[in-house]
Write a protein that binds this ligand. Structure first.
Ligand code: PLP
Length: 423
């Protein structure tokens, strides 16, 4: 089934409330369909209560709903069982959990392998481990904005305990072959972690097919409410891990001498949970499944192909990402003007070599006056910006409710912006 953005748009109240809005910042967060909003509101209106605690009816129903959402997530990403799904706030919290719990076992000189195209969420939690003498390494990006797999392989060695990498770059759109990377990790007895914040919302993801040990994503980037995220982990690994946060509901027994912990996944879910978020995530998965993840992916690919077709009409537009829509997700980062050529492979390129004749923030502000929402800035990927020789870019990230007409309007506005700024 192909995606019909015009029809889907009607499912999203934000567009009837803002009829002129062209929302192209879906890599940051997505809009919410009525079915998700209704699921959350119905939950509050009918069975709102705390889960796993009450023996009364609505609490039992809420618990059932919460655990039902876990089962749905587990099936959606091909986990072996719901116990492999931990509900957290977002991708950021999931990676922090991993850096904290796995980091406890690392010794001075052990290595963590990342890539040059990571979001700060998959950098900073690992940087914390440097205080304990852990060495952080980065697999290189190639000049065509794809990952250098040979370099990744070369950097895996007997000291590499953990490797954590994004499936889709939120700046470049580059799709990394996480199956291959996980494979390399397994052969090296290295724990593999996939940052799937930009993949699970946009394409079919199957954790068993990938063969990774952990994978993280955020509900708000896939039509669900903010504040609900997922950490998938292989059950045998989760079982052996220390909890992250301590508190209510994550325990077995507590006395004045200490505590034992609950089974997974509850061992990692301390305190009152975001039940309404999980309910909303379940409704969001139903919505995405009704479209089909392959159709979502195809639609985004066609959006990028359309951008490729028109982008040359804007002189001195420089885009950052692979020029093959088969190798990239629905993310298009670019700058306009005065672009000095630079050598991506030159490792000394860590400072900003390009000056923009139109700064991305000015561009985004101009587009906003035309009701077009795009992102500008470093996209929480400052090291990658440095590698690309820029301080910031503008970014367009379409989703299921965007169509070619909106992209055409975006490019018209871009062209007007150039004319106006050149005056
Ligand atoms: N990883 C990637 C690739 C992202 O794009 C983002 C958010 O943009 C994150 C991690 C962090 O997601 P969150 O802010 O939902 O934790």
């Amino acid at each position: 089934m192909s995606v019909n953005p015009e029809r889907l748009k009607k499912d999203f109240p934000i567009f009837s409330n803002n009829p002129d809005l062209i929302y192209l910042d879906n890599a940051a967060t997505t809009q919410k369909p009525s079915s998700v909003i209704r699921a959350v509101s119905d939950y509050y209106a009918t069975i709102n209560s705390n889960v796993h605690r009450g023996v009364y009816k609505i609490s039992e129903e809420a618990t059932e709903m919460y655990e039902g959402s876990r089962k749905k997530v587990s099936e959606f990403i091909g986990a072996r069982e719901p116990a492999e799904i931990v509900f957290l706030r977002n991708t950021t919290e999931a990676i922090n959990l991993l850096s904290y719990t796995l980091g406890r076992k690392l010794k001075k000189g052990d290595e963590v392998l990342l890539t040059e195209m990571e979001h700060h969420s998959n950098l900073v939690p690992w940087y914390f481990l440097r205080e304990a003498g852990i060495v952080i390494k980065f697999a290189k990006m190639k000049a065509d904005f794809t990952l250098d797999y040979e370099d990744f392989q070369d950097k895996l060695n007997t000291r590499t305990v953990i490797a954590s990498f994004t499936e889709v770059s939120n700046v470049l759109g580059t799709i990394n072959d996480v199956r291959e990377l996980s494979n390399m990790c397994r052969e090296n007895s290295t724990i593999s972690i996939v940052d799937a914040a930009q993949s699970v919302p946009h394409m079919s993801v199957d954790v068993r097919a990938i063969g990774c040990d952990f994978l993280a994503f955020s509900g708000h980037k896939m039509l669900a409410p903010a504040g609900i995220g997922v950490l998938y982990g292989r059950k045998d690994l989760l079982d052996r891990m220390h909890p992250f946060l301590g508190g209510g509901e994550m325990i077995g027994e507590v006395d004045y001498n200490g505590a034992t912990y609950a089974d997974v996944p509850w061992k990692f879910e301390a305190g009152t949970q975001n039940v309404e978020g999980a309910v909303g995530l379940s409704a969001a998965i139903d919505y995405l499944k009704s479209i089909g993840m392959d159709s979502v992916r195809e639609h985004e690919r066609s959006m990028i192909d359309h951008i490729f077709k028109i982008m040359d009409t804007i002189g001195d537009l420089r885009q950052f990402g692979p020029m093959d829509s088969g190798k990239r997700g629905g993310v298009f980062s670019f700058n306009i003007g005065d672009v000095k050529p630079f050598d991506l492979l030159n490792q000394s390129n860590t400072k900003f070599a390009i000056s923009h004749s139109i700064h991305p923030h000015d561009l985004a502000a101009f587009l906003d006056r035309n009701n077009i929402a795009v992102r500008s800035g470093h996209h929480c990927a400052m090291p990658l910006m440095g590698r690309m020789g820029v301080s910031s870019t503008a970014r367009v990230s379409p989703y299921i409710y965007n169509d070619e007409r909106e992209l055409d309007l975006f490019f018209d506005a871009l062209s007007n912006c150039r004319k106006e700024m050149a005056r």
